[in-house]
Design a protein around this ligand. Structure first.
Ligand code: RB5
Length: 150
């Protein structure tokens, strides 16, 4: 599995911790920044990571900002992307199993690094359960198609 990971300045330290965690778990990843506490705009990072996932260059993405919310909102604007903010293990699992989210976002100002690692671990182990959820996810994709304005 190939993971694209990114963060804004508020998520910078947690991103580095998660990168180390992925390395320990031998999960392939690419770090799209940011690389310091210098302020950056979270939509810029969300766009780069979400587009790379949407193009199929990565299987999944992890985005971290202060709350996880801005990253999720921005990533969800990229066609084909389903991103969810996960701050508990059940949501991390369900975002994969029920919603087939390719991107998980977290808020570094909300959760600690040990919980973040647990969430990533649960999320990595969870796959979409094709079945009752499939038509619902398809309907999400239809909303996106119907509302596409260029
Ligand atoms: C800072 O831009 C802050 O808004 C960001 O880290 C995040 O919390 C956005 O949702």
């Amino acid at each position: 599995m190939r993971i694209a990971i990114g963060a804004d300045h508020n998520g910078f330290e947690l991103k580095n911790i998660i990168c180390e965690f992925l390395k320990d778990k031998k999960v392939e990843y690419k770090d799209f920044g940011t690389y310091s506490r210098e302020p950056v705009d979270y939509p810029d990072i969300a766009k780069i990571v979400a587009e790379a996932v949407a193009r199929g260059e990565f299987d999944r993405g992890i985005l971290i900002c202060g709350t996880g919310l801005g990253m999720a909102i921005a990533a969800n604007k990229v066609r084909g992307i389903r991103a969810a903010t996960c701050h508990d293990v059940y949501s991390a699992e369900r975002s994969r199993k029920s919603n087939n989210c390719q991107i998980m976002t977290m808020g570094a100002q909300i959760i600690g690094s040990e919980l973040a690692k647990m969430l990533v671990d649960a999320w990595l182990k969870s796959e979409f359960q094709n079945g009752r959820s499939t038509p619902k996810v398809r309907k999400i994709m239809e909303i996106e198609k119907e509302n596409f304005i260029k």
